[in-house]
Design a protein around this ligand. Sequence first.
Ligand SMILES: C[S@@+](CC[C@H](N)C(=O)[O-])C[C@H]1O[C@@H](n2cnc3c(N)ncnc32)[C@H](O)[C@@H]1O
Length: 308
Amino acid sequence: MESMISHCTGSSITAGEATSALAAEIERRLRATAELALPLEEELAILAQLQEFELGRFLLHNQGLNGYWTSYIFRYRPGDPTATPMEHWLLNNSTLRGIRERFHRFKAEIAQYVTDAAVLASVPCGVMDDLLQQNYRATTGVRLVGVDIDTEAVRLARENAVQHGLDGQCEFLLRDAWQLGLASEFDLLVSNGLNIYEPDRARLVELYRTFGRALRPGGRLLVSFPPPPPPPPWLAPERAAEWDKYGIPKADLRRNMALFGDIIQAKYRNFTSEQDMRAQLAEAGLEVEAVSYSATGVMPIVSAVRPD
Ligand SMILES: C[S@@+](CC[C@H](N)C(=O)[O-])C[C@H]1O[C@@H](n2cnc3c(N)ncnc32)[C@H](O)[C@@H]1O
């Protein structure tokens, strides 16, 4: 079974009929929901604001992110212009800020494995900022391989490689991550933003087994994962202190839950504890060497090796 599990449309969606029809359907669903994170009128106002800019429309239609929009979020720097106040809030105050922070930690981890003649892979690559933004000037013979199921992502990754002057050492494969069909090829395989869309544990183990097979013996997998967040503080006040480290003001937390939960119903909320992540990787034949957390605990990164 081959499938694109993160999204279903191209990057650009107009504010036309299809968006109005979808918004009407979401409004009906919100009106019929008993427990919302915010009062109904506030949720409807957010729904209206999301239709006013491209990222908002993409999220409404796809309930997830593709390579282009993931890169848009990663490349945003606080202070850059934004399309609307809601887009400003999303990029600066929502949980999307956490995934941008994870991207920069991920890049720093990858840098340790940029060595002469290394073969580095990104699956799914999206536009492949994780590998293309590394510094290869002091190395020779490095090869980069990007794999993604989306033709638009692969096209944008190729263009990105040209812009970085790295196209000569890149190869791109339009392929399902579960069907890599590669054995003992890579010294490093990095994977971000796919496991979060997969609810089936057995499929996750299968994915990591496929990654393990694609690594050379002794090769390394760097993969991020989302641990389950605490329950909302207004539902479980006794656990409210667990939210402190996330550094999200209570009002922003409610807005996050309204927007990504009630309104968009984001598909990328397949949480995994560190303990289960370790178990899944062990079942896939990989040895976990380290799990690194940020101060906020959002999206830790596992470093695991294929045994020799
Ligand atoms: C959230 S993006 C992450 C992209 C990239 N790893 C990054 O961090 O920028 C998810 C990516 O997964 C890709 N994708 C979704 N389902 C896939 C599948 N079954 N096999 C390979 N790629 C897939 C999408 O096309 C998209 O580029």
